[in-house]
Design a binder for this molecule. Sequence first.
Ligand code: NAD
Length: 335
Amino acid sequence: MANVLVTGGAGYIGSHAVKALHAAGHQVTVYDNFSAGHREAARFAHSVVDGDIHDTDRLRRALRDHACESVMHFAAWLSVGESVRDPAGYYRNNVLGALAVLDAMVAEQVHSLVFSSTAAVFGNPVETPITEDHPKQPINSYGETKLAIERALPHYERAYGVRAVVLRYFNASGADPDGELGEDHSPELHLIPRAIDAALGRDTFQIFGEDYETPDGTCLRDYIHVTDLADAHILAMDSLRSGGQSATYNLGNGRPTSVREIVDAVARVTGTPVPLTVGPRREGDPAVLFASSDRIRRALGWKPRYEDVDTIVRTAWAWRKDRPSGYRTPQGTAR
Ligand SMILES: NC(=O)c1ccc[n+]([C@@H]2O[C@H](COP(=O)([O-])OP(=O)(O)OC[C@H]3O[C@@H](n4cnc5c(N)ncnc54)[C@H](O)[C@@H]3O)[C@@H](O)[C@H]2O)c1
């Protein structure tokens, strides 16, 4: 079993990976500055270090103190719109921050990394499904920052021996099927929790454009369950630990799902129609984005367990219903 440092392990996807690591018998140290994460979300960690990824000394101490041999690097900012308004902040946190993590790993001779990347590295798709070799032309600084680190990694391997698996997630969604973890972003930007909040009467909901060249006119996206993402991280780390090579994988369901289909699923699952308005298209939203994940299926035997849209929405709904204010809801008080 491994000692693993998980940066951003108090966040949405990181916390689910920490739970999966814990369940597989690994010892996890969460390293997070709690700017967007939640202490309760890190509950499956063996230890928690309150630190910023820019603090290389603190990172080094954490790696040393907990004898870590692998790192999963989730900590980053991830709002596309914000990255357009504040590229400097995004380059600082996502590029300089990731380089500081790599510096600490090199200094402490930790040579195995699983890196969270994103479908945003591709920009507007020239063909779908999107394979790993699809051209990379990000259209926002968020995608650029992730691509910059992807491009740095082979150089770090050549010079310092750091092997890395890059996982490019499409739309992370759903919540821990046991209801112990879920999505709690503030503000919430993702479609499924926002549609659920609208069904609960807690928020308004707008569809951005229904005049796309898609079957129902709304955008098609690829929703991948957060627990399936967590599984992929374990497989990726295991492959590196058993001597496997560095690799890059797309992670999606491979099923394009429209905004309307998500809204319909939320209505079905919650038993409540989603009140909504339809607005104009949003700049920079491609009509269709979905992944081919054949490479990771073949190479690592990864297989999503929660593919069906209703199942994904059901887990998100169970979490949201139980914890309407996310981790701020004292457990057992909401019904
Ligand atoms: N959510 C998605 O749909 C999605 C899609 C593609 C890629 N990703 C990537 O997955 C990763 C995790 O995303 P998420 O949805 O869990 O985000 P999140 O905001 O829930 O989690 C990020 C965590 O990192 C921490 N963090 C941020 N900056 C930090 C810093 N400087 N020092 C220490 N900790 C810091 C935050 O406190 C938070 O706990 C990110 O790298 C993101 O780019 C997410």
